[in-house]
Design a protein around this ligand. Structure first.
Ligand code: MRU
Length: 366
């Protein structure tokens, strides 16, 4: 997508042909800074520190991380070590494991001398495939927005609520939840997005609002607890969120707070859609609520807030009394029964095992 007239992806191979560029998402929306990753350890640290984040981007970064590892040492031991190190960075988004598995499957049979080149080629492919998948997600999701737009009165807009950032920054390009929104906006359909701020790290307020603003999409940032009120008052036509892992039974894991939005949507008959690329499906898990590992993050994300002061300085301030204990669960799981549909690259599916297995037979273990 464009940033000040220049096209960017969230991650790319630098012109030197081996180092990897990525937008430092910890600095947005205040500063647009590009980071350079030159080793597998730096790629791992970029994921751990959330310089890059969002399930598909975590997967693409891990793929490039394996390529960087192979450039330094293409032995079997190094391939295994890089995979283990990358898998230990964040536990919830299954795209990480998918990407590491893909890389290891492609590279393990090769002679060490052929691995580095093959690793870069597969990592590039994974990144390019993500862009195409997200474009297709947008095409299928666009149909849902068009259907709602068709029954609106002249001058009315389609109001979409989203949570966290499942935008182009969270993927390689387009985003998952945002792809239908961008495609609708680009076709002249009037859309407006309610952007949940998404405490504690504020990916909605910092990243989704930044993206939508740069693309000219009308949007309003709301405190996390506002969605239910908006839905009660018919101010939300549909919700579209992303996901870090979908279990084979259609349960959806996404940023903490997603479940509460799904409950409010259900109570108010607001359609609740989840947009996902197929690498986000975990066919090895049949009960998302019980089996998906939920990341718990550092307390300071809850106790402190970071922002830009009036004089331009970036400041971090404490907002919780000293001594109060805090909990910081990164994700929650929305049961499939609360999900209206899964927007995938192969169409809008029912959140059910059979629908997922039929659409992706090559990945399903049924
Ligand atoms: O902790 P984050 O910022 O990596 O969490 C991101 C999300 O929860 C996204 O909604 C999800 O990864 C889908 S991204 C297309």
């Amino acid at each position: 997508m464009k940033v000040d007239g220049r096209h960017f992806r969230s991650i790319w191979l630098e012109p030197d042909g081996w180092s990897v560029g990525a937008i430092d998402q910890r600095r947005l929306p205040h500063e647009f800074i590009v980071a350079k990753l030159t080793t597998a350890d730096e790629a791992g640290e970029a994921i751990r520190s959330m310089l890059v984040r969002g399930a598909p981007l975590i997967g693409a970064t891990a793929a490039y991380g394996v390529a960087l590892a192979m450039r330094a040492d293409a032995s079997d031991a190094a391939l295994e070590r890089a995979g283990r190190m990358l898998l230990a960075t964040r536990p919830t988004a299954v795209n990480l494991k998918w990407a590491v598995d893909e890389m290891q499957r492609a590279l393990a049979p090769l002679a060490a001398s052929a691995r580095a080149e093959a690793a870069y080629a597969r990592a590039r492919e994974i990144a390019d495939e993500d862009v195409e998948i997200n474009r297709e997600i947008g095409r299928h999701g666009l149909g849902l927005i068009e259907t709602i737009a068709a029954i609106k009165k002249p001058g009315e807009v389609v109001n979409v609520l989203t949570h966290c950032n499942a935008g182009w920054l969270a993927t390689v390009d387009w985003g998952t939840a945002t792809s239908p929104i961008y495609q609708a906006h680009d076709r002249g359909i009037p859309v407006h997005v309610w952007v949940d701020e998404t405490r504690p790290r504020n990916q909605g307020a910092s990243l989704t609002a930044w993206e939508l603003g740069h693309h000219g999409v009308p949007h309003t940032v709301i405190p996390d607890n506002t969605g239910g009120h908006l839905m009660q008052h018919r101010m939300v036509d549909l919700a579209i969120v992303g996901t870090d892992r979908v279990a084979a039974n259609g349960d959806v894991c996404n940023k903490i707070g997603t479940y509460l939005k799904a409950l409010a949507a259900h109570d108010n008959s607001v359609p609740f859609y989840v947009a996902l690329p197929s690498p986000t499906i975990d066919f090895s898990i049949d009960d998302g609520v019980r089996q998906i590992p939920i990341e718990q993050r550092a307390a300071d994300e809850v106790t402190h807030l970071t922002g830009r002061a009036a004089d331009g300085r970036i400041e971090t301030v404490r907002v919780v009394p000293d001594g109060s204990s805090v909990a910081n669960f990164g994700f929650d799981v929305t049961p499939a029964r609360l999900v209206t549909g899964l927007i995938t690259e192969r169409g809008v599916l029912k959140p059910e095992r059979a629908a997922l297995a039929n659409a992706f037979p090559e990945r399903s273990t049924v």
